[in-house]
Design a protein around this ligand. Sequence first.
Ligand SMILES: [Zn+2]
Length: 365
Amino acid sequence: MQWTGWSLKLGRVAGIDLFMHATFPLLFIWVGLIYWLQTGTIAGVLFGLAFIAVLFLCVVLHEYGHALTARHYGIGTRYITLLPIGGLAALERMPKDPRQEIIVALMGPAVNVAIAAGLFVLLTLTGGWTAVDPEAPLMMMPGNFLQTVLFANIFLAVFNMIPAFPMDGGRVLRAALTFRMGRDPATQLAARIGQTLALFFGIMGLFGNPFLILIAVFIWIGAAAEAGASEVETRLQGRPVSRAMITDFHTLPPGAPLSRAVDLTLSGTQKDFPVMDGHRLVGVVSQAAILRGLRDHGLGGRIYDVMAEPVTAQTGADLAELMEALQQDPAVRLICILHGQQLVGLVDMDNLSEFLRIQAALRDR
Ligand SMILES: [Zn+2]
């Protein structure tokens, strides 16, 4: 097991790394406590813990439903993380084809429906149904574990189909609207619908279940993030790289000492450097790599000790594609822009943000 930031890697299933966020065990402590307060028995606590463990197994299967469907359309998944509020499958991107987006979004809740249907058949065949005590909260039925898991899966499917980002239902809504209008207007409208729902949940939460307030905040933020990302993408689409690339920059030869990189870093604003062997681009060094090199080799270390494969694009590429490439992999800090084989410019995240700010200022005139 290995830690990456705040997440612990649990393993690799179907070619996708499965992580658990550091806050995830808090959920088990919380659930254990609730069951202890409600039942006062160790058996009750164990029931609660077993229930939440099985529930999260269902959540993981739900996320694999998304990930494996996306893979079917050639879209990879970077990782799946378990958070106390649910699972998160980090797809490299969402399908641009609305029909595919609907199917990818639906395949998560479909997994929960399938689990519920399987349990329904099992309980019916074995005569395992027990009467639900209307007085007892849903999770407090130690008499029938499978029945509780069945209801929880129905809840998961319904909850995820709420038509608001970041829920699956929000993506289905956006994709359905995309058939009638462009993708960005559809996203903006879906985000507004989601925020209206969030407002409604928030008000209901004030008068009833405070858990609804938490969900409302979660939806509000998700909708705003999705609307913002879509607007950015629209503004970058169709803009050639040459409009926004850095053309005034320093390069380093592979044999240069790290002290040369330190001098350039301190005397200017450039943080990451292309590595040039004569006129040929052979690598890039990021600030993180330079710092790592200084720790391992000192000032006398060489650039070739720390350089990485360059990520490149041609001058005709689209700025939206570059943004996607920079967001997909946080290790990629810099994209080298080539004209044929010749290095003509650089694009990084700061540069794209500046471009967007300038565009916004010009638009607001
Ligand atoms: Zn989902």
